[in-house]
Design a protein around this ligand. Structure first.
Ligand code: PLP
Length: 450
């Protein structure tokens, strides 16, 4: 390594405080450039991007179409505030989002990060009940699920339920009604896979019965709770939840920050169970994984509750300086166009099948407790004892050891505890999928041997 590279490694450790990273143990991993699904470090070593740069890259890195869209926008204007002003690119994106999303969502509030999109949804839901025509001002609370992850700002942490991340901040958080995680794999004793959906819905219903008069909204990641360890919900649970929220007059917030934008096989996860939530949050892949952009989509009844004269103070007093930034919007519009031009969603089933086939031998591995897949999201759960379903001691970091091994083979992955996650960009090619799967299999053999 040259001295310039050493210097960067040193400065990275000294000055850059990395997200979710124990800096005392951090080994710099510095990506200098990327192309397609391949990343290159300072030494020019290449790595396949097996987690789409943390669940956000869609059509690959350095895509000429998206790059050009950003450059073209750069020559027009880089930023226009959303506070009482607009620009053509952001307007066009809002229109496209309304066209593409489940029917009924017609108003788009932009922000920069997923967590901000969640804050926006929580606050819209709250304010809606305060000032709609028939107000219900006592509806001020939220129902959220165990092990939920909705971002790291204090509102999103309040609805979050990952103890390891969130317990520390408990004194700062508001209290929420907590429902059991609708986990299709880890079910309570006596609950069969077929009976799981009904069981979990009953649990939610019993909470709604008690609390609905005080609940503004239920918040959920549809189909898959990503950060919880790619926990899959029983089929039909989300649709059932929509039914319950209507029956008990509680709003439904869908957090599609992780599962949206094609990852599960359809552009929106909500499509798969024909659900239209009252509020839909998007982030991560929205601008192709290129620029920070997020959005909260709302239905017309919600929107209407905010209309009136400025003297009524019904305005949504919330904003982010870079809400709807045109560079991000240009990247998002180009990302949507590439979906059509490259038949991205049409090509997905074949890729998903190939990945499934390549990983199938793991199903009988003595240290694999479960392997689950939806679209291009795969989770492989490592266990010490498969028969007893006994987990490894968490501090042994088996999941991380698989990823360390894969990195040596030029595959970049990031685990969720002992769940090995494969979630490549949708643009991943068959030979690349094969390489990722080979590294995962070899890595699991290696990391579970002793
Ligand atoms: C990543 C994520 C968020 C937060 O998005 P940020 O852009 O990191 O703030 C919210 N919800 C879910 C489901 C996520 O995966």
């Amino acid at each position: 390594m040259t001295t310039a590279q050493d210097q960067l490694h040193e400065w990275d450790r000294q000055h850059v405080w990395h997200a979710f990273t124990q800096m005392a143990e951090y080994t710099p991993f510095i990506i200098e450039r990327a192309n397609g699904c391949t990343l290159y470090d300072l030494d020019g070593r290449s790595y396949l991007d097996g987690v789409s740069s943390l669940w956000c890259n869609v059509h690959g890195h350095n895509h000429p179409r998206i790059n050009q869209a950003i450059r073209d926008q750069l020559d027009e204007v880089s930023h226009v505030t959303s506070l009482g002003a607009s620009n053509p690119t952001t307007i066009r994106l809002a229109r496209r989002l309304v066209e593409k999303s489940p029917a009924g969502l017609e108003h788009v509030f932009f922000a920069s990060d997923g967590a901000a999109a969640i804050e926006v949804a929580l606050k819209i839901a709250f304010q809606y009940w305060q000032q709609r025509t028939d107000p219900k001002p006592q509806k001020t609370r939220y129902l959220a699920f165990q092990q939920a992850y909705h971002g790291d700002t204090l509102g999103s942490v309040s609805v979050g339920g990952v103890d390891r991340f969130h317990n520390m901040f408990h004194p700062l958080l508001f209290d929420v009604v907590r429902a059991p995680i609708p986990d299709q794999f880890h079910r309570p004793q006596g609950i069969t896979p077929q009976g799981a959906c009904e069981y979990y819905l009953k649990e939610v219903e019993s909470l709604l019965k008690i609390h609905h008069q005080h609940l503004a909204a239920v918040i959920i990641e549809p189909l898959i709770q990503a950060a919880a360890g790619m926990v899959f919900h029983p089929e039909g649970f989300y649709r059932g939840l929509r039914g319950l929220t209507r029956r008990y007059d509680v709003l439904l917030i869908a957090d599609e920050v992780a599962v949206g934008w094609g990852k599960t096989g359809t552009l929106f996860a909500s499509e798969q169970e024909q659900v239209c939530p009252d509020l839909l949050c998007l982030g991560k892949g929205l601008a192709g994984g290129y620029l920070p952009l997020s959005a909260t989509l709302a239905t017309t009844p919600l929107w209407e509750a905010f209309l009136g004269s400025h003297t009524d103070s019904r305005t949504f007093f919330h904003g982010h300086t870079f809400s709807g930034n045109p560079l991000g919007a240009a990247a998002a519009l180009a990302t949507l166009e590439v979906f059509d031009e490259e038949n991205t969603l049409q090509n997905l089933p074949a890729k998903a099948q190939l990945l499934s086939k390549c990983l199938a031998p793991l199903a009988s591995h003595s240290h694999v407790g479960d392997i689950r897949q939806r679209g291009l999201i795969v989770a492989i759960e490592l266990v010490q004892d498969r028969e007893l379903g006994k987990p490894f001691v968490w501090s042994e970091r088996r999941g991380q050891r698989v990823c360390d091994f894969a990195l040596q083979r030029g595959i970049w992955l990031r685990p969720l505890g002992d769940v090995v996650v494969v979630m490549p960009p949708l643009a991943i090619q068959p030979d690349e999928l094969q390489q990722i799967a080979d590294a995962v299999r070899a890595g699991i053999d290696h990391a579970t041997r002793t």
